[in-house]
Design a protein around this ligand. Structure first.
Ligand code: URA
Length: 497
Protein backbone atom coordinates (compact mmCIF):
# COMPACT_ATOMS: atom_id res chain seq x y z
CA UNK A 1 0.00 0.00 0.00
CA UNK A 2 1.20 3.43 -0.84
CA UNK A 3 0.53 6.28 1.58
CA UNK A 4 1.55 9.84 0.86
CA UNK A 5 1.82 13.00 3.00
CA UNK A 6 1.26 16.13 0.94
CA UNK A 7 3.00 18.17 3.57
CA UNK A 8 6.01 16.24 4.88
CA UNK A 9 5.75 17.77 8.38
CA UNK A 10 1.98 17.33 8.76
CA UNK A 11 1.86 15.35 11.97
CA UNK A 12 -1.96 15.26 12.05
CA UNK A 13 -2.12 13.73 8.60
CA UNK A 14 0.50 11.14 9.54
CA UNK A 15 -1.46 10.23 12.67
CA UNK A 16 -4.70 9.85 10.75
CA UNK A 17 -3.10 7.63 8.13
CA UNK A 18 -1.21 5.56 10.67
CA UNK A 19 -4.28 5.06 12.83
CA UNK A 20 -6.31 3.89 9.85
CA UNK A 21 -3.59 1.50 8.76
CA UNK A 22 -3.31 0.11 12.24
CA UNK A 23 -7.07 -0.25 12.56
CA UNK A 24 -7.13 -2.08 9.26
CA UNK A 25 -4.42 -4.44 10.44
CA UNK A 26 -1.93 -3.43 7.72
CA UNK A 27 1.53 -4.55 8.84
CA UNK A 28 4.41 -2.07 8.40
CA UNK A 29 6.16 -4.04 5.69
CA UNK A 30 3.03 -3.76 3.52
CA UNK A 31 3.14 0.04 3.52
CA UNK A 32 5.20 2.31 1.34
CA UNK A 33 5.34 5.89 2.57
CA UNK A 34 6.04 8.90 0.42
CA UNK A 35 5.75 12.64 0.71
CA UNK A 36 5.24 15.69 -1.44
CA UNK A 37 2.52 16.67 -3.89
CA UNK A 38 0.41 13.85 -5.29
CA UNK A 39 1.07 12.56 -8.78
CA UNK A 40 -1.95 11.62 -10.93
CA UNK A 41 -1.07 7.95 -10.97
CA UNK A 42 -0.14 7.48 -7.35
CA UNK A 43 -3.45 5.89 -6.35
CA UNK A 44 -2.94 6.40 -2.63
CA UNK A 45 -4.91 4.22 -0.34
CA UNK A 46 -5.52 6.90 2.29
CA UNK A 47 -4.97 10.03 0.27
CA UNK A 48 -8.64 10.92 0.61
CA UNK A 49 -10.71 12.11 3.57
CA UNK A 50 -9.18 11.33 6.95
CA UNK A 51 -11.12 9.70 9.72
CA UNK A 52 -12.70 11.99 12.28
CA UNK A 53 -10.68 10.73 15.26
CA UNK A 54 -7.38 12.46 15.77
CA UNK A 55 -5.18 10.56 18.18
CA UNK A 56 -3.57 7.17 18.19
CA UNK A 57 -4.94 6.36 21.56
CA UNK A 58 -8.61 7.01 20.72
CA UNK A 59 -10.86 4.00 20.90
CA UNK A 60 -10.58 1.99 17.69
CA UNK A 61 -13.61 0.93 15.68
CA UNK A 62 -15.12 -2.43 16.77
CA UNK A 63 -13.58 -4.08 13.73
CA UNK A 64 -10.09 -3.19 14.92
CA UNK A 65 -7.84 -6.08 15.95
CA UNK A 66 -7.52 -6.30 19.69
CA UNK A 67 -3.75 -5.69 19.57
CA UNK A 68 -4.37 -2.23 18.15
CA UNK A 69 -6.51 -1.29 21.14
CA UNK A 70 -3.43 -0.69 23.29
CA UNK A 71 -3.01 3.01 23.75
CA UNK A 72 0.47 4.25 22.94
CA UNK A 73 2.39 6.22 25.54
CA UNK A 74 2.11 10.02 25.32
CA UNK A 75 5.89 10.15 24.93
CA UNK A 76 5.51 8.35 21.59
CA UNK A 77 3.24 11.09 20.25
CA UNK A 78 5.87 13.66 21.30
CA UNK A 79 8.56 11.55 19.64
CA UNK A 80 6.55 11.52 16.41
CA UNK A 81 6.23 15.32 16.56
CA UNK A 82 10.03 15.60 16.55
CA UNK A 83 10.90 12.78 14.19
CA UNK A 84 8.52 13.92 11.49
CA UNK A 85 10.67 17.07 11.15
CA UNK A 86 13.70 14.95 10.27
CA UNK A 87 14.68 15.02 6.62
CA UNK A 88 15.23 11.26 6.22
CA UNK A 89 12.45 9.76 3.98
CA UNK A 90 12.45 6.51 6.01
CA UNK A 91 11.25 8.31 9.17
CA UNK A 92 7.54 7.76 8.33
CA UNK A 93 8.01 4.00 7.86
CA UNK A 94 10.02 3.91 11.09
CA UNK A 95 7.31 5.72 13.04
CA UNK A 96 4.55 3.48 11.69
CA UNK A 97 6.62 0.40 12.46
CA UNK A 98 7.07 1.62 16.01
CA UNK A 99 3.36 2.33 16.32
CA UNK A 100 2.52 -1.15 15.07
CA UNK A 101 5.03 -2.72 17.41
CA UNK A 102 3.82 -0.72 20.41
CA UNK A 103 0.36 -2.01 19.71
CA UNK A 104 1.51 -5.62 19.27
CA UNK A 105 4.51 -5.88 21.58
CA UNK A 106 3.56 -4.53 25.02
CA UNK A 107 7.15 -5.03 26.24
CA UNK A 108 8.55 -2.60 23.67
CA UNK A 109 7.81 0.50 25.71
CA UNK A 110 10.06 -0.84 28.47
CA UNK A 111 12.98 -1.69 26.21
CA UNK A 112 15.38 1.25 26.08
CA UNK A 113 17.74 -0.60 23.74
CA UNK A 114 15.30 -1.44 20.97
CA UNK A 115 16.95 -0.56 17.66
CA UNK A 116 13.89 1.13 16.12
CA UNK A 117 13.27 3.17 19.24
CA UNK A 118 16.90 4.19 19.44
CA UNK A 119 16.94 5.24 15.82
CA UNK A 120 13.83 7.38 16.32
CA UNK A 121 15.39 8.94 19.39
CA UNK A 122 18.56 9.76 17.49
CA UNK A 123 16.46 11.43 14.81
CA UNK A 124 14.59 13.45 17.44
CA UNK A 125 17.91 14.51 18.92
CA UNK A 126 19.21 15.66 15.55
CA UNK A 127 16.05 17.71 15.08
CA UNK A 128 16.39 19.30 18.51
CA UNK A 129 19.98 20.17 17.77
CA UNK A 130 19.03 21.73 14.46
CA UNK A 131 16.31 23.79 16.18
CA UNK A 132 18.84 24.97 18.71
CA UNK A 133 21.40 25.82 16.02
CA UNK A 134 18.86 27.83 14.10
CA UNK A 135 18.10 29.85 17.23
CA UNK A 136 21.81 30.43 17.78
CA UNK A 137 22.95 31.09 14.24
CA UNK A 138 20.21 33.08 12.53
CA UNK A 139 21.70 36.53 11.78
CA UNK A 140 19.25 39.22 10.73
CA UNK A 141 20.20 42.02 8.38
CA UNK A 142 18.29 45.26 8.26
CA UNK A 143 16.63 45.89 4.90
CA UNK A 144 14.85 49.09 3.83
CA UNK A 145 11.32 48.33 2.71
CA UNK A 146 9.33 50.87 0.71
CA UNK A 147 6.02 49.70 2.21
CA UNK A 148 6.75 49.01 5.84
CA UNK A 149 9.90 51.08 6.36
CA UNK A 150 12.25 48.44 7.62
CA UNK A 151 12.48 44.67 7.80
CA UNK A 152 15.04 42.28 9.17
CA UNK A 153 15.86 39.40 6.91
CA UNK A 154 17.99 36.34 7.59
CA UNK A 155 19.17 33.48 5.45
CA UNK A 156 19.55 30.09 7.09
CA UNK A 157 20.06 26.53 5.85
CA UNK A 158 18.63 24.05 8.34
CA UNK A 159 19.44 20.37 8.13
CA UNK A 160 15.85 19.36 8.84
CA UNK A 161 12.35 20.70 8.27
CA UNK A 162 12.22 22.83 11.35
CA UNK A 163 11.07 26.21 10.05
CA UNK A 164 7.42 25.93 11.10
CA UNK A 165 8.29 24.36 14.44
CA UNK A 166 10.84 27.04 15.25
CA UNK A 167 8.95 30.07 13.96
CA UNK A 168 6.94 30.76 17.17
CA UNK A 169 10.23 31.07 19.07
CA UNK A 170 11.40 33.86 16.76
CA UNK A 171 7.96 35.51 16.86
CA UNK A 172 8.17 35.67 20.65
CA UNK A 173 11.80 36.78 20.71
CA UNK A 174 11.47 39.45 18.01
CA UNK A 175 7.83 40.35 18.50
CA UNK A 176 8.42 44.06 17.93
CA UNK A 177 10.14 43.88 14.58
CA UNK A 178 9.11 42.75 11.12
CA UNK A 179 11.30 39.92 10.03
CA UNK A 180 11.67 37.07 7.58
CA UNK A 181 13.81 33.98 7.70
CA UNK A 182 14.56 32.59 4.27
CA UNK A 183 15.63 29.00 3.86
CA UNK A 184 15.97 26.87 0.71
CA UNK A 185 12.84 24.85 1.42
CA UNK A 186 10.53 27.08 3.45
CA UNK A 187 10.40 30.77 4.40
CA UNK A 188 8.68 32.33 7.35
CA UNK A 189 7.68 35.91 7.84
CA UNK A 190 6.45 37.90 10.85
CA UNK A 191 4.62 41.16 10.22
CA UNK A 192 4.34 42.11 13.87
CA UNK A 193 0.97 40.32 14.18
CA UNK A 194 1.09 36.92 12.57
CA UNK A 195 3.40 34.36 11.05
CA UNK A 196 3.09 33.37 7.42
CA UNK A 197 4.94 30.71 5.47
CA UNK A 198 5.84 30.34 1.85
CA UNK A 199 7.94 28.23 -0.47
CA UNK A 200 11.71 28.20 -0.13
CA UNK A 201 13.93 31.00 -1.36
CA UNK A 202 17.08 31.19 -3.38
CA UNK A 203 20.38 31.95 -1.71
CA UNK A 204 20.65 35.01 -3.95
CA UNK A 205 17.81 36.57 -1.95
CA UNK A 206 20.08 36.73 1.10
CA UNK A 207 20.39 40.47 1.87
CA UNK A 208 23.79 42.20 1.73
CA UNK A 209 25.57 43.06 5.01
CA UNK A 210 24.35 46.13 6.91
CA UNK A 211 25.97 48.42 9.50
CA UNK A 212 24.73 46.17 12.31
CA UNK A 213 26.90 43.40 10.93
CA UNK A 214 30.06 45.48 11.31
CA UNK A 215 29.04 46.25 14.88
CA UNK A 216 28.49 42.56 15.57
CA UNK A 217 31.91 41.70 14.11
CA UNK A 218 33.61 44.32 16.27
CA UNK A 219 31.80 42.99 19.31
CA UNK A 220 32.73 39.41 18.44
CA UNK A 221 36.37 40.36 18.06
CA UNK A 222 36.33 42.01 21.46
CA UNK A 223 34.70 39.18 23.34
CA UNK A 224 36.92 36.56 21.70
CA UNK A 225 39.13 35.30 24.52
CA UNK A 226 42.35 33.87 23.07
CA UNK A 227 43.21 32.19 26.35
CA UNK A 228 40.04 30.13 26.19
CA UNK A 229 40.24 29.07 22.58
CA UNK A 230 39.30 25.41 22.15
CA UNK A 231 38.98 24.82 18.45
CA UNK A 232 37.63 21.27 18.68
CA UNK A 233 34.87 22.32 21.04
CA UNK A 234 34.18 25.38 18.92
CA UNK A 235 33.74 23.21 15.83
CA UNK A 236 31.37 20.98 17.76
CA UNK A 237 29.29 23.91 18.95
CA UNK A 238 29.50 25.85 15.73
CA UNK A 239 29.85 23.17 13.04
CA UNK A 240 31.69 24.29 9.96
CA UNK A 241 28.71 23.73 7.69
CA UNK A 242 27.04 26.79 9.29
CA UNK A 243 30.06 29.00 8.81
CA UNK A 244 29.31 30.25 5.31
CA UNK A 245 26.20 31.98 6.67
CA UNK A 246 27.84 33.40 9.78
CA UNK A 247 29.64 36.71 9.25
CA UNK A 248 31.81 36.16 12.34
CA UNK A 249 33.14 32.89 10.89
CA UNK A 250 35.54 34.88 8.70
CA UNK A 251 37.17 36.17 11.88
CA UNK A 252 37.74 32.78 13.44
CA UNK A 253 40.84 31.80 11.51
CA UNK A 254 42.78 35.08 11.99
CA UNK A 255 41.69 35.25 15.64
CA UNK A 256 42.71 31.63 16.21
CA UNK A 257 46.07 32.23 14.53
CA UNK A 258 46.77 35.23 16.72
CA UNK A 259 45.48 33.51 19.87
CA UNK A 260 48.85 32.11 20.98
CA UNK A 261 50.62 35.46 20.80
CA UNK A 262 47.71 37.27 22.43
CA UNK A 263 47.53 34.77 25.31
CA UNK A 264 51.26 35.15 25.83
CA UNK A 265 50.96 38.93 26.02
CA UNK A 266 48.11 38.50 28.53
CA UNK A 267 50.41 36.29 30.62
CA UNK A 268 53.24 38.79 30.33
CA UNK A 269 51.08 41.80 31.24
CA UNK A 270 51.21 42.96 34.85
CA UNK A 271 48.46 41.53 37.02
CA UNK A 272 45.42 43.67 37.63
CA UNK A 273 45.13 44.56 41.30
CA UNK A 274 43.08 42.10 43.25
CA UNK A 275 40.02 43.40 44.99
CA UNK A 276 41.01 42.12 48.39
CA UNK A 277 44.54 43.16 49.07
CA UNK A 278 44.90 42.06 52.64
CA UNK A 279 42.99 39.80 54.95
CA UNK A 280 41.51 41.55 57.97
CA UNK A 281 43.98 42.02 60.78
CA UNK A 282 43.87 39.19 63.32
CA UNK A 283 42.11 40.46 66.38
CA UNK A 284 44.94 39.58 68.79
CA UNK A 285 47.12 42.21 67.06
CA UNK A 286 44.68 44.97 67.86
CA UNK A 287 45.47 47.44 70.61
CA UNK A 288 43.62 46.64 73.82
CA UNK A 289 40.02 47.64 73.50
CA UNK A 290 39.37 51.28 74.31
CA UNK A 291 43.03 52.27 74.17
CA UNK A 292 43.80 55.03 71.68
CA UNK A 293 46.50 53.99 69.21
CA UNK A 294 49.90 55.28 70.24
CA UNK A 295 51.33 55.62 66.74
CA UNK A 296 50.01 56.13 63.22
CA UNK A 297 51.01 52.56 62.33
CA UNK A 298 49.04 51.22 65.23
CA UNK A 299 46.14 53.38 64.18
CA UNK A 300 46.31 52.00 60.62
CA UNK A 301 46.25 48.39 61.81
CA UNK A 302 43.44 48.97 64.24
CA UNK A 303 41.31 50.96 61.78
CA UNK A 304 41.87 48.23 59.19
CA UNK A 305 40.30 45.62 61.44
CA UNK A 306 37.58 47.95 62.71
CA UNK A 307 34.07 46.56 62.50
CA UNK A 308 32.45 49.36 64.46
CA UNK A 309 30.04 49.69 61.54
CA UNK A 310 29.24 47.36 58.63
CA UNK A 311 31.30 49.19 55.98
CA UNK A 312 34.65 47.71 56.95
CA UNK A 313 33.66 44.16 56.13
CA UNK A 314 33.17 45.00 52.45
CA UNK A 315 36.19 47.23 51.89
CA UNK A 316 39.63 46.05 50.84
CA UNK A 317 41.32 47.88 53.65
CA UNK A 318 41.05 50.95 55.83
CA UNK A 319 42.60 54.01 54.23
CA UNK A 320 44.18 56.22 56.84
CA UNK A 321 45.81 59.54 56.12
CA UNK A 322 49.24 60.21 54.72
CA UNK A 323 51.67 63.08 55.15
CA UNK A 324 54.19 64.30 57.65
CA UNK A 325 53.56 64.21 61.38
CA UNK A 326 53.51 67.82 62.51
CA UNK A 327 52.17 69.05 59.11
CA UNK A 328 50.75 72.54 59.47
CA UNK A 329 47.51 71.66 57.69
CA UNK A 330 45.45 68.54 57.81
CA UNK A 331 43.03 68.32 54.86
CA UNK A 332 40.11 66.01 55.56
CA UNK A 333 37.94 64.40 52.89
CA UNK A 334 34.87 62.21 53.15
CA UNK A 335 35.95 58.57 52.64
CA UNK A 336 38.24 56.61 50.32
CA UNK A 337 36.86 55.90 46.85
CA UNK A 338 37.29 52.82 44.69
CA UNK A 339 40.89 53.56 43.74
CA UNK A 340 41.90 54.64 47.23
CA UNK A 341 40.41 51.44 48.62
CA UNK A 342 42.55 49.36 46.29
CA UNK A 343 45.70 51.43 46.66
CA UNK A 344 45.38 51.94 50.43
CA UNK A 345 46.19 55.65 49.99
CA UNK A 346 43.93 58.70 50.25
CA UNK A 347 43.11 60.96 47.32
CA UNK A 348 44.68 59.00 44.48
CA UNK A 349 41.54 58.76 42.29
CA UNK A 350 39.85 61.45 40.17
CA UNK A 351 38.98 63.72 43.12
CA UNK A 352 42.54 63.44 44.40
CA UNK A 353 43.89 64.35 40.98
CA UNK A 354 41.78 67.50 40.97
CA UNK A 355 43.04 68.38 44.43
CA UNK A 356 46.62 67.75 43.29
CA UNK A 357 46.09 70.06 40.33
CA UNK A 358 44.70 72.91 42.45
CA UNK A 359 47.46 72.54 45.04
CA UNK A 360 50.16 72.45 42.38
CA UNK A 361 48.74 75.63 40.84
CA UNK A 362 48.92 77.26 44.26
CA UNK A 363 52.48 76.06 44.77
CA UNK A 364 51.25 74.11 47.76
CA UNK A 365 53.18 70.84 47.97
CA UNK A 366 50.96 67.84 48.56
CA UNK A 367 53.58 66.23 50.76
CA UNK A 368 53.63 69.25 53.05
CA UNK A 369 50.09 68.57 54.26
CA UNK A 370 48.50 65.62 55.96
CA UNK A 371 45.61 64.24 53.84
CA UNK A 372 43.00 62.20 55.68
CA UNK A 373 39.38 61.13 55.53
CA UNK A 374 36.53 61.35 57.99
CA UNK A 375 35.49 57.75 57.27
CA UNK A 376 38.24 55.17 56.90
CA UNK A 377 36.57 52.47 54.81
CA UNK A 378 35.12 52.69 51.31
CA UNK A 379 31.34 52.44 51.29
CA UNK A 380 29.88 51.36 47.95
CA UNK A 381 27.09 49.64 46.17
CA UNK A 382 27.81 46.96 43.53
CA UNK A 383 26.39 47.61 40.06
CA UNK A 384 27.47 44.68 37.97
CA UNK A 385 31.20 44.61 38.55
CA UNK A 386 31.43 48.32 39.35
CA UNK A 387 31.59 49.62 42.89
CA UNK A 388 29.65 52.84 43.10
CA UNK A 389 30.46 55.24 45.93
CA UNK A 390 27.78 55.61 48.61
CA UNK A 391 27.88 58.31 51.22
CA UNK A 392 28.35 56.89 54.70
CA UNK A 393 25.29 57.14 56.93
CA UNK A 394 25.58 59.50 59.88
CA UNK A 395 25.82 56.65 62.39
CA UNK A 396 28.64 55.11 60.31
CA UNK A 397 30.53 58.42 60.21
CA UNK A 398 30.03 58.74 63.98
CA UNK A 399 31.34 55.23 64.57
CA UNK A 400 34.47 56.23 62.65
CA UNK A 401 34.99 59.64 64.30
CA UNK A 402 37.39 58.39 66.98
CA UNK A 403 39.90 57.29 64.29
CA UNK A 404 40.05 60.83 62.93
CA UNK A 405 40.35 62.23 66.45
CA UNK A 406 43.28 59.88 67.10
CA UNK A 407 44.86 60.88 63.80
CA UNK A 408 44.56 64.57 64.68
CA UNK A 409 46.16 64.06 68.06
CA UNK A 410 49.00 61.98 66.57
CA UNK A 411 49.69 64.36 63.65
CA UNK A 412 49.18 67.56 65.67
CA UNK A 413 48.32 69.93 62.78
CA UNK A 414 47.78 73.64 63.38
CA UNK A 415 44.75 73.95 61.13
CA UNK A 416 42.11 71.66 59.71
CA UNK A 417 40.57 71.99 56.25
CA UNK A 418 37.23 70.27 55.78
CA UNK A 419 36.59 69.19 52.18
CA UNK A 420 32.83 68.78 51.99
CA UNK A 421 29.96 68.28 54.37
CA UNK A 422 30.94 64.90 55.83
CA UNK A 423 34.38 66.18 56.82
CA UNK A 424 32.97 69.45 58.14
CA UNK A 425 30.46 67.62 60.31
CA UNK A 426 33.11 65.22 61.58
CA UNK A 427 35.42 68.10 62.50
CA UNK A 428 32.81 70.49 63.92
CA UNK A 429 30.42 67.98 65.42
CA UNK A 430 27.36 69.57 63.84
CA UNK A 431 25.70 69.61 60.42
CA UNK A 432 27.37 72.16 58.14
CA UNK A 433 25.83 73.86 55.09
CA UNK A 434 29.01 73.94 53.05
CA UNK A 435 27.91 76.56 50.51
CA UNK A 436 26.87 78.93 53.30
CA UNK A 437 29.94 78.41 55.50
CA UNK A 438 32.65 77.88 52.95
CA UNK A 439 35.72 80.05 52.73
CA UNK A 440 35.84 80.96 56.43
CA UNK A 441 37.78 79.81 59.44
CA UNK A 442 35.58 78.48 62.20
CA UNK A 443 36.74 78.27 65.82
CA UNK A 444 34.47 75.86 67.58
CA UNK A 445 36.59 72.88 68.43
CA UNK A 446 37.36 72.06 72.01
CA UNK A 447 41.02 71.50 71.12
CA UNK A 448 41.19 75.04 69.68
CA UNK A 449 42.11 73.95 66.17
CA UNK A 450 40.59 76.23 63.54
CA UNK A 451 38.57 74.57 60.78
CA UNK A 452 38.30 75.93 57.25
CA UNK A 453 35.29 74.72 55.27
CA UNK A 454 35.20 74.33 51.51
CA UNK A 455 33.84 72.02 48.84
CA UNK A 456 34.93 68.47 48.26
CA UNK A 457 36.67 68.10 44.86
CA UNK A 458 34.12 65.43 43.81
CA UNK A 459 31.42 68.09 44.00
CA UNK A 460 33.24 69.92 41.22
CA UNK A 461 33.60 66.76 39.17
CA UNK A 462 29.85 66.26 39.32
CA UNK A 463 29.04 69.75 37.97
CA UNK A 464 27.87 70.20 34.37
CA UNK A 465 30.72 71.12 32.00
CA UNK A 466 29.56 74.73 31.64
CA UNK A 467 29.72 75.40 35.38
CA UNK A 468 32.87 73.56 36.31
CA UNK A 469 35.54 76.11 35.31
CA UNK A 470 34.09 78.94 37.35
CA UNK A 471 33.39 76.73 40.36
CA UNK A 472 36.94 75.42 40.19
CA UNK A 473 38.39 78.95 40.29
CA UNK A 474 36.29 79.74 43.35
CA UNK A 475 37.31 76.55 45.06
CA UNK A 476 40.98 77.20 44.31
CA UNK A 477 40.58 80.66 45.84
CA UNK A 478 39.17 78.94 48.95
CA UNK A 479 42.19 76.67 49.11
CA UNK A 480 44.51 79.64 48.68
CA UNK A 481 42.84 81.27 51.66
CA UNK A 482 43.05 78.08 53.69
CA UNK A 483 46.73 77.84 52.94
CA UNK A 484 47.53 81.47 53.69
CA UNK A 485 45.51 81.83 56.84
CA UNK A 486 47.54 80.59 59.75
CA UNK A 487 44.42 79.45 61.48
CA UNK A 488 44.82 82.10 64.11
CA UNK A 489 41.70 83.36 65.90
CA UNK A 490 42.08 86.69 64.14
CA UNK A 491 41.45 84.98 60.86
CA UNK A 492 38.07 83.72 62.07
CA UNK A 493 36.39 86.72 60.56
CA UNK A 494 37.41 85.69 57.07
CA UNK A 495 34.24 85.67 55.12
CA UNK A 496 32.76 83.52 52.43
CA UNK A 497 33.86 84.73 49.00
N1 URA B 1 37.33 61.31 48.23
C1 URA B 1 37.68 61.46 49.53
O1 URA B 1 36.96 62.08 50.28
N2 URA B 1 38.77 60.88 49.95
C2 URA B 1 39.60 60.19 49.17
O2 URA B 1 40.59 59.68 49.64
C3 URA B 1 39.23 60.08 47.82
C4 URA B 1 38.09 60.64 47.36
Amino acid sequence: MHVRLDNPVDLDAFRRHARQLLASGVPPDHVEWSEGPASEASGDLFGGAPGEADAFELAPPPSMPSAARHPVPASFVALCADVILHRAPQRLALLYRLLWRLAHEPALRHDPLDADMMQAQLMAKAVHRDIHKMRAFVRFTRVADAEVGERHVAWFEPDHRIVEANAPFFARRFAQMRWAILTPERCVEWDGQALSFREGANRREKPPPDAGEQLWLTYYEHIFNPARLKLAMMRREMPQRYWHNLPEAALIQPLAEAAGARSQSMIDAPATPTRRIRAPMPLHLLPASGAAPATLDELRMAAHACRGCPIGALATQAVCGEGPVGARHMLVGEQPGDQEDLAGRPFVGPAGQLLDRAMAQLGWARDSVYLANAVKHFKYELRGKRRIHKTAAQREAEACAHWLDSEISLVRPQALVALGATAARALLGRPVAVQAERGAWVHERADGLPVFVTLHPSALLRLPDGERAEAYERWRADLARAREAPGSPSASVAMAA
